[in-house]
Write a protein that binds this ligand. Structure first.
Ligand SMILES: [Zn+2]
Length: 434
C-alpha cells in the first residue's frame, strides 16, 4: 500500500520483542532466531490495522437511538440521556472500555478518542485509564473544562501529570486537546481563547467539530473568522467532519496545515451532508477517516465506512476514477495516521513502526477468486473476513474473538450500568419527547 510500492507481494515480516517491525520484504524470510514465534499467513492478506481519527468511544452504549434525529436533536437527547448527574464511579471506564474493544475487534488498532466531558475530573479521567486497559493504541483528546483560564490550566496540569506516568506506554501515542462543545452551538463558543492558550503553552494540537451539520453551516463559516482571531490557526488543527467548507476556508486551512477527519457513516446517519474529499485532496488538505462514536456510526466497521465514503463521492461526481479502493485503504490507515500526527509510529507496515496489522481471509466468508486485491478488500470484504488482529506483534483477536478480555462480562456490566442510568433519566427523556 506504500506510494512507492503499490503492488501486493508475497513475503515476510519480522517483529522484534519491542513490538516494532525489524524486517519486511518479498520472498522467503531469513532463518528465524531460536525461540521465535512464527505464523504462516498461508495465502491470506496482511495489511496495516485501521485507524479512526475521530471517535467518542464511551458512546458505544447508545446505539440505535435517535433514529429520526439530525446532529442537533441527537446531541441534546444524548446529553440528557447520559447526563453527568446520573453517572457513578466506574461508568465512563466501563463504557469507554466497551467502545474501545468494539473498535479493536473490528480491526481498528489506533483511535483518536474525543471524550466528551461528563462529571467531575475523577470520572473524566476514567476514560484515559480504560484506553490503557483496552490494549488499543490511542491518541487522547483532553477536553478542557469550561472554567476561567487559571482554573482550567490547573485541571489540565493534574490530568497531564496522570498521563505522564504512561509516557513510556507504547499504547499511548499522543496527548492533544479536544475542543469542548460544538462550535456554532451555545456551549464551547467563548472558550476557544483558553483552549488555544493551553495548546500553545504545551505544544498541543487541537481537534474540534467543525462544519458538521448543514444547520450550522452559515454560523460555522462565520465562526472561522472568530477562530482566526483567537489564534486557533497558529496551532495544529484537526477538524472533525469539515463537510461544508467554503473555498476560502479550505484555502486558509491548507495554508495553516490543518487536517480533516472524514466520517462517512456518521455523516450519513445524521444527514449531515456530503464531503467533497476529492476537492480537499486536490487542494492539498491532509484527510483522514473516522468512525465517530458508535451512537452515530453504530457498527464500527471500517470496511463499511470506506464503502460509504467511496460510493457517496462517486455518486456525487458520477465518475469512478475520482476515488478508488487503494485511495480508501490509504485514507483509513496512513492518511489518518498523518492527520492525527502519529504516522512516524503507525499507519503502515514499515521497518521501525509498530507491528499493528490484520490478517484478512478473503475465503472466509468466501469472496470468490481475487482479480484485484484492493478491489476485493474494499468492495467485497467486511470485518468478518478479519482472521487475526495484532497490536505490536501481539495477537489480540482471532476469528472475531478478543483474546485478552472477557467481552461477555464487560457487556453484562455495561447493561447493568445502563439499566440504572435509563431508569434515572426516564423522567428527563419523557419530558423531551413531549
Ligand atoms: Zn464527533
Amino acid at each position: 500500500m506504500e506510494a512507492d510500492k503499490p503492488e501486493p507481494f508475497l513475503g515476510y515480516m519480522i517483529v522484534g520483542t519491542d513490538g516494532r517491525i525489524t524486517d519486511l520484504g518479498a520472498g522467503a524470510p531469513p532463518p528465524a532466531p531460536p525461540g521465535a514465534d512464527s505464523f504462516d499467513a498461508g495465502g491470506r492478506v496482511v495489511m496495516p490495522g485501521f485507524l479512526s481519527g475521530h471517535s467518542h468511544l464511551q458512546s458505544s452504549v447508545a446505539r440505535g437511538l435517535n433514529a429520526g434525529r439530525e446532529l442537533d436533536g441527537h446531541i441534546d437527547f444524548r446529553a440528557a440521556f447520559l447526563d453527568a448527574r446520573f453517572l457513578q464511579q466506574g461508568d465512563l471506564y466501563a463504557f469507554t472500555l466497551h467502545g474501545a474493544l468494539d473498535y479493536l475487534r473490528h480491526g481498528i488498532t489506533t483511535a483518536y478518542n474525543y471524550p466528551n466531558r461528563r462529571g467531575p475530573a475523577r470520572y473524566y479521567n476514567e476514560m484515559f485509564q480504560a484506553e490503557i486497559a483496552a490494549g488499543q493504541r490511542f491518541v487522547y483528546g483532553y477536553n478542557v473544562p469550561d472554567l476561567p483560564y487559571e482554573k482550567a490550566r490547573e485541571e489540565f496540569l493534574a490530568f497531564k501529570a496522570m498521563t505522564d506516568t504512561q509516557r513510556d506506554n507504547p499504547l499511548f501515542l499522543r496527548l492533544t486537546l479536544a475542543k469542548n462543545g460544538h462550535l456554532g452551538r451555545v456551549i464551547g463558543h467563548g472558550q476557544f481563547p483558553t483552549e488555544v492558550r493551553i495548546a500553545r503553552e504545551f505544544g498541543l494540537a487541537v481537534q474540534l467539530h467543525f462544519l458538521e451539520s448543514s444547520f450550522y453551516q452559515k454560523q460555522n463559516r462565520h465562526d472561522f473568522q472568530y477562530m482566526k482571531d483567537s489564534g486557533a490557526l497558529d496551532v495544529p488543527l484537526m477538524y472533525a467532519h469539515f463537510i461544508h467548507a467554503s473555498d476560502d476556508i479550505l484555502a486558509d486551512s491548507v495554508k495553516a496545515g490543518a487536517a480533516a477527519i472524514w466520517n462517512p457513516l456518521s455523516n450519513g446517519r445524521l444527514a449531515s451532508g456530503l464531503t467533497d474529499v476529492p476537492k480537499y485532496l486536490k487542494a492539498g488538505l491532509t484527510v483522514g477517516m473516522g468512525l465517530d462514536g458508535q451512537n452515530t456510526a453504530d457498527i464500527a466497521n471500517p470496511f463499511e465506512n470506506m464503502r460509504m465514503g467511496l460510493y457517496t463521492v462517486r455518486m456525487q461526481y458520477e465518475r469512478a476514477s475520482v476515488l478508488g479502493p487503494l485511495d480508501m485503504l490509504r485514507l483509513h490507515t496512513i492518511g489518518t495516521a498523518r492527520a492525527i500526527g502519529v504516522a512516524d509510529r503507525v499507519g503502515s507496515l514499515k521497518v521501525g513502526k509498530y507491528a499493528d496489522f490484520l490478517v484478512v481471509d478473503t475465503t472466509d466468508p468466501d469472496t470468490g477468486p481475487v482479480y484485484d486485491l484492493y478491489g476485493t478488500l474494499v468492495f467485497a470484504c467486511s470485518f468478518t473476513n478479519i482472521a487475526r488482529i495484532y497490536v505490536g506483534g501481539d495477537l489480540v483477536a482471532e476469528d472475531g474473538r478478543l483474546l485478552h478480555h472477557d467481552s461477555r462480562a464487560i457487556g453484562t456490566d455495561v447493561r447493568a450500568r445502563m439499566d440504572r442510568i435509563k431508569a434515572a433519566s426516564a423522567a428527563v427523556l419523557s419530558s423531551m419527547a413531549r
